[in-house]
Design a protein around this ligand. Sequence first.
Ligand SMILES: *Cc1c(COP(=O)(O)O)cnc(C)c1O
Length: 384
Amino acid sequence: MNPSFLPFALPELGEEEVDEVIACLRSGWITTGPRARRFEQAFADYLGGGVHALAVNSATAGLHLALEALGIGAGDEVIVPTMTFTATAEVVRYLGADPVIVDVDPVTLNLDPLTVARAVTPRTRAIIPVHYAGLPCAMDALFELAEAHGLRVVEDAAHAFPTRYRGRLVGTLDSDVTVFSFYANKTITTGEGGMVVTRDPAIAERVRVMRLHGISQDAFERYTAQRPSWHYLVVAPGYKYNLPDLAAAVGLQQLRKIDRFLVRRQALARRYAEGLQCLPLQLPLDAAADSQHAWHLYPVRLTREAAITRDGLIEKLAERGIGTSVHFIPLHRHPYWRDHYQLRPEQFPHAEAAYHRMLSLPLYTRMSDSDQDRVIQAVRELLC
Ligand SMILES: *Cc1c(COP(=O)(O)O)cnc(C)c1O
């Protein structure tokens, strides 16, 4: 009855990626070099708006570099949503600063500007909005708030390639830095990887230096320079966050497919919206007409009328060979964040209510219509 297991997520990798990686191997240059450079240029060109794009080996590294470049340090506070992956908050701790973890909007599960406003203190230095599932945050209100309080804005756009907010692509808005993820299950992948995007040349330069040991020139530049290649200068105690060309090779070919990937994700989201009608399920909102959802995830929530629990539904779907996930176990529920900042569930009523009822259904470009029909059919049977 169950022909095969349908995983929760799978990357779509074709012969183009295979060929590019082989060409990279044959070239002899496998660490950061010409392919990383081309990937950055192509990514910046895709976004437009004259941004700088800097490839790194994860979005986590990129978020760390972004906050470092903004001078965030001990004694500073950075506001983050509880409904995110731990990476969004951990990078604040890397720098000795404190994430201020706040509740989210009950519908979008994005930062609620009013909640953010209430969390601002004299120590607040920055806000990290997360475009949850690929739906853009209320950026205009957040920018207004940031402006009023002199705060920096770093977008965690791990889910948001390509998300549009009021006509503009995320990455070209008015934030200080935007960070994308190319982890294996994201909308494009390099296996592990990320991109730091900024319009500020000083931030770009700091990120460029700090992603590779605080060295003022990268290895490929040194290798190809006319000057003797042994020469380099360390100007800061930097990190080892560069993206190797082997990974950039995958990214170069993934990026060429992003428009097709988006169309497929949009079609899958539409098919879910139709197929899951009239069930005790709260379906995810699409973006407003002037904006664009990237549909990285398809998170649904059981309503009170559902006769099955969230955990029960996940288990029954697994029995039918369908993988699901939960995005996210809110930060305030994890022992480290809960205990370190004495967080209580009552402080996060919206995230709590959502968490107990949410699961993410499979949504990825390699799913066929019949794969999706299987998910829809199973969910309908289990909920009716
Ligand atoms: C995946 C993810 C990250 C981390 O991305 P990496 O590239 O794995 O470091 C950060 N924030 C959110 C919201 C994510 O989903």
